[in-house]
Ligand binder design. Structure first.
Ligand code: ZN
Length: 117
């Protein structure tokens, strides 16, 4: 299968490509396809012990929502790096390097702002 990607080349220009992809088990829901609503944010255990009705409904799946990352598909499409040709591999590497640099730049800027520079 093919996936559409937008990568940054060495000039930090966006390039749109269609490259080999594969499905991987969704890391957000571990392939369940459902997740707790964000509003619960880790309070589920407390809510379960506080409210027997909630506990019953929770385990019956009343509050399950489709996983936001895979949209309930249980898997996500990722780039199949092993299947890329040499040119694509080179672009992918540039992209990863650029993304890492962008991230560094952002945190440096943030540090400067925090320091009042
Ligand atoms: Zn998921």
């Amino acid at each position: 299968m093919l996936v559409n990607v937008t990568w940054l080349n060495e000039d930090a220009d966006e390039i749109k490509l269609e490259v080999s992809g594969k499905f991987e088990v969704c890391p957000h829901c571990q392939g369940r396809g459902i997740s707790d609503p964000d509003a619960f944010s880790g309070n589920v255990d407390q809510m379960i012990s506080d409210d027997p009705d909630f506990k019953e409904q929770y385990y019956a799946g009343h509050y399950d929502v489709a996983c936001p990352l895979c949209n309930g598909q249980r898997v996500i499409a990722v780039v199949d790096v092993d299947a890329l040709n040499n040119e694509e591999k080179k672009l992918y590497k540039e992209h990863l390097t650029n993304m890492a640099e962008l991230k560094n730049m952002r945190s440096e800027n943030l540090a400067e702002i925090m320091n009042g520079a």
